[in-house]
Every structure is written in structure tokens, then in C-alpha cells.
Design a protein around this ligand. Structure first.
Ligand SMILES: Cc1ncc(COP(=O)(O)O)c(C=O)c1O
Length: 497
């Protein structure tokens, strides 16, 4: 199974050696193991964590040029996840995604991406100068959320854009829905280009066969995972994996060095080292417990009037190939309250904080930090809320069909660097947008910076507003005004998406 001894934690051990030597610090950070820090913070967090807040020196190795403890820790991560090289990110998956993009595309190259990407992907396009070619994800119109992009959509987009240099896929989605990555990888590789995967919500996938398959094991060339989101490492710590020969791993290291701080937190990196050990050695049973608890919650929630938490039945829909059951999307469309209201009531009245909410849903994230008591607290709160609201007369609003992806006139980088001016939305038709317009649900942009505004889009925004749905993205919170670019008439990229 593993080639290396996954019980090892080389970086954490190096830090312990530094602590046990009682090293006298004449290095940064200036708080020097907490001695120079105000008690207000120190008394709360304790001195242990401050004693491993160190900087780059031989014993603890260098993130930018790893040769010792960090190198070993990254090798162990690659072994645990089945990749050829793994890189620690202290700038979350945001930094890792930017590095993935900068490693495979540059100025003027086409990169095929889903329309509903995280903003780090857009940032990667701005930084690289690449031109995104968008694919529309499938939409679940019962609960109004975006599912995955199908292999057929990937194939059709590549057929129209055989000169694309890479394809990026989100897998699984925030809501835990995964696509058939094996099939997608086969299609992408038939064009001899890399498949890179935003796996922010999948650092646990390879460690329990009740979960969707991790992309790197079925053909992805690179994946970025928010280790901090689901398994036991600290916020900001993520992993970037490389597999195969389509991506130059040394270039990935250089790109990570370009983007990452020269003062990475050893607290974050040590937590990554230990989290990898934990998932590799105890992941199966920890995840069994997390999945069982989430399935218990799902079945109890589905007995509550007005609530619905989707399970495997979603797999009959296009864009849904596998499901991570630890994600509990609780749809309150039939309860007569919005997801935002449910989120706020849970937080204010029951002191239960969910991960996110939209018009119809709240998303509760499960993990091996859960317990039966905490699940019951959530279920009981939902029961009480349902008994207060069920039968309320608000009719669920329809999910409107989103308009066609408009003409892309400028690349995200050109749009970012252009000067902009606000105009009334109804006067913006024909102009090039300087802002994004995002409708909730389903959280898919109808307009991105650099795209031509159409009458269909303006009408759609009006319809959304009239139906009481949320449109956002512009500086103007009411979306009466939108910023457009000056002087772009002569420009056209002639992109066929
Ligand atoms: C789909 C997706 N990709 C990337 C990210 C960025 O991850 P991080 O917060 O680790 O930078 C997120 C964060 O929520 C996300 O949901």
C-alpha cells in the first residue's frame, strides 16, 4: 500500500527537537517563543504553540528549497495521496490553484474551466494572462445548486477549442457532488494536455471507499486540496499534488516559490504533517464515523417537515457521478424561510454555525470532528425551527434558466487592468463589463469582467430581482449600476466556447 512509514511526522519532530533543545532564539519572529508577546493573546493560546512559531533554519528546513524535514514531510504526503510530488501550501488552496494555473498556461493560452469557478481560478487567469473558455455546469433545479460539468461538456468544449492548453475541473463541488474524473481525464489526455483539479473539498477522498475517488488516482495531472477544510490541519494549510509527465514538477516548485510568503508558518506546516499522518494511518475508521454520523443526520433531517437533505438519489441527475455523504445540504425551500434566515436562526438562537447558505439551502459540513451529541443538537434545532415555520405561506421562487455565456471581448487580465466607469444597468447593453454578475441560486456567473453585456442578461437580472432572488457581484449592492470598461470597441478575442 504505502511505500513509506506513514506514522512518521518529520517536520513536527524537527520542531519538537528545537523545543527540547531549549534553543535560545536570536531569530525572527520577534515574540521569541511568546516572551515578547502581550499576555492578552498569550494567556489565551498558551506558550506551546508560540514555541514552534519559528523561521527558516537548517533543523526545520525551508519551504522554498526543501532538503530536510519539509522535503521528507512532502514525500510522505505524496506517498499517502498516491501522487509523484506533493507541495505544502500555506496560502490555502487559493495559492495552490494559482500555482497550478501558472504552471500550465501563460499569456494568451486558452484554459477550459467551469463557469462557476472559485475566485482563485479567475485570479490565476489574471496573473497568467490566460484566456478562460467556459463550460456550463449542470444545475439541480430542485435545490438550485450547480452540480458538476459532464464529460460530454468537456468533450464538446475541447472539440471547439483543440488549441486549449489545459482543462480545470472542480471535484467535488462545495455540496459534495463529484464527476466522472476518469472519463474526463481520458478525454483531456486525448488532446495531450493536462487536467488540473480544484479538489478544495476533497482532501479526505482517498482514505475511505464510501467516498468519491480522488482525482489524482484516476488520471488528473495536478490537484489542489484544502487539507484544512475537511481533515485535521489548520486553516490556510493545503496540499498541491502532481502526477505523471504532463506537468513539470520543478516548474510547480518555482511557481509556488513565486507565490508563497518567504516566512511560512511552521505551525501551519507542522499541522499539515500531522494531519497527513492521521489521515494515512487512521483515516478509514475516522471517516467511517464521520460518514455514519452524517448519514444518520441526513435520514433524521429528511423526516422533518419542510426540509430536504439530498443523498444518493442525486446521482440520477446529469453532472452527479458520485457523492460525498459528509456534506449535508439542507434545503428549506418548502419551509417558507430562506437559507439565509435558517443560517441566522441556527447561529443566533442555537449557536450552531453552518458553512454557507443561499436562498434555498444551508450547507452543514461533516468531518471526524463531529459527535452524535452535536448532530442531535443540529437535528433538534431544525425540528424546532420547522415546527415554528412549516405551513408558512411563502411560495418557493422558481430557479430561472440562466442566459447564454456572452461574447468574451477581453481576457480577465486585460479587463482587470482597464479603467472602468459605472453606468445604469439598463444603459449598459453592448458595453464590456468590468464586474462580475452572479445570481443566487444557482451561484453561476451570468457575466464576467471582459464580457459583452447583452439585453438578455439585463432582462434576466431584472427578472431575478422581481422574483426576490439575489444577484450580486457589482460594487452597487442593488445592482442598479454596473462598471463597464472604457474604449474597448476595437478589441475582440474571437473565442469559440
Ligand atoms: C471550490 C473551491 N476552490 C478553492 C477554494 C479556496 O480554498 P482555500 O480557502 O483553501 O484557499 C475554495 C474555498 O472555499 C472553494 O470552495
Amino acid at each position: 500500500m504505502y511505500k513509506l512509514d506513514q506514522t512518521q511526522t518529520p517536520l513536527f519532530d524537527a520542531l519538537m527537537e528545537y523545543v527540547n533543545r531549549k534553543t535560545i532564539p536570536f531569530h525572527v519572529p520577534g515574540h521569541k517563543k511568546g516572551e515578547g508577546m502581550d499576555n492578552k493573546f498569550k494567556d489565551f493560546v498558551g506558550t506551546n504553540v508560540l514555541s514552534i512559531d519559528v523561521t527558516v533554519f537548517k533543523l526545520v528546513d525551508s519551504l522554498h528549497h526543501p532538503t530536510g524535514a519539509i522535503k521528507k514531510a512532502e514525500e510522505l504526503a505524496a506517498d499517502a495521496y498516491g501522487s509523484d510530488r506533493a507541495f505544502f501550501s500555506v496560502q490555502g488552496t487559493t495559492g495552490a490553484i494559482q500555482a497550478m494555473i501558472l504552471s500550465v498556461v501563460s499569456q494568451g493560452d486558452k484554459i477550459i474551466i467551469p463557469r462557476n469557478v472559485h475566485k482563485s481560478v479567475t485570479a490565476g487567469c489574471i496573473l497568467s494572462g490566460a484566456i478562460p473558455v467556459y463550460m456550463q455546469p449542470e444545475i439541480d433545479d430542485t435545490i438550485g445548486v450547480a452540480l458538476g460539468v459532464t464529460p460530454e461538456t468537456v468533450e464538446a468544449t475541447l472539440k471547439k477549442n483543440p488549441d486549449a492548453k489545459a482543462v480545470l475541473i472542480i471535484n467535488p463541488t462545495y455540496y459534495g457532488v463529484a464527476e466522472d474524473i476518469k472519463k474526463i481525464a481520458k478525454i483531456v489526455h486525448s488532446y495531450d494536455i493536462p487536467l488540473i483539479v480544484d479538489e478544495a473539498h476533497g482532501p479526505h477522498l482517498g482514505f475511505n471507499d464510501r467516498l468519491p475517488t480522488p482525482s489524482i488516482s484516476v488520471g488528473a495531472d495536478m490537484s489542489a486540496q484544502s487539507t484544512h477544510k475537511i481533515i485535521g490541519s489548520l486553516t490556510q494549510s493545503s496540499l498541491l499534488h502532481v502526477k505523471g509527465n504532463r506537468v513539470d514538477a520543478d516548474k510547480v516548485q518555482q511557481t509556488m516559490n513565486l507565490l508563497q510568503t518567504t516566512s511560512p508558518s511552521y505551525i501551519l506546516m507542522a499541522s499539515l504533517d500531522v494531519a497527513r499522518m492521521q489521515i494515512a494511518t487512521k483515516g478509514k475508521e475516522l471517516l467511517d464515523k464521520a460518514i455514519d454520523l452524517a448519514q444518520y443526520a441526513r435520514s433524521e433531517i429528511n423526516k422533518i417537515s419542510g426540509l430536504y437533505c439530498f443523498g444518493e438519489e442525486v446521482l440520477s441527475k446529469k453532472g452527479a457521478y458520485a457523492l460525498d455523504p459528509t456534506k449535508m445540504t439542507i434545503c428549506c425551500r418548502d419551509l417558507g424561510i430562506t437559507g439565509y434566515e435558517l443560517d441566522q436562526t441556527l447561529a443566533d438562537k442555537y449557536h450552531i454555525q453552518v458553512e454557507l447558505s443561499d436562498l434555498y439551502n444551508v450547507l452543514a459540513v461533516g468531518s471526524f470532528g463531529d459527535s452524535k451529541e452535536k448532530m442531535d443538537a443540529l437535528i433538534n434545532a431544525l425540528r424546532e425551527i420547522s415546527s415554528e415555520h412549516y405551513n408558512a405561506s411563502i411560495k418557493p421562487s422558481p430557479v430561472l434558466e440562466i442566459p447564454e455565456i456572452p461574447e468574451q471581448v477581453l481576457s480577465p487580465r486585460e479587463a482587470f487592468n482597464s479603467s472602468k466607469v459605472p453606468v445604469a444597468l439598463e444603459n449598459s447593453i453592448g458595453q464590456v463589463s468590468g464586474e462580475i454578475l452572479l445570481a443566487y441560486p444557482p451561484g453561476i456567473p451570468v457575466l464576467c469582467p471582459g464580457e459583452r453585456i447583452t439585453s438578455e442578461i439585463v432582462n434576466y437580472v431584472e427578472e431575478m430581482k422581481n422574483a426576490g432572488l439575489y444577484v450580486q457581484g457589482t460594487d452597487d449592492p442593488d445592482v442598479n449600476y454596473i462598471k463597464v470598461l472604457r474604449n474597448t470597441d476595437a478589441l475582440s478575442l474571437n473565442i469559440t466556447a
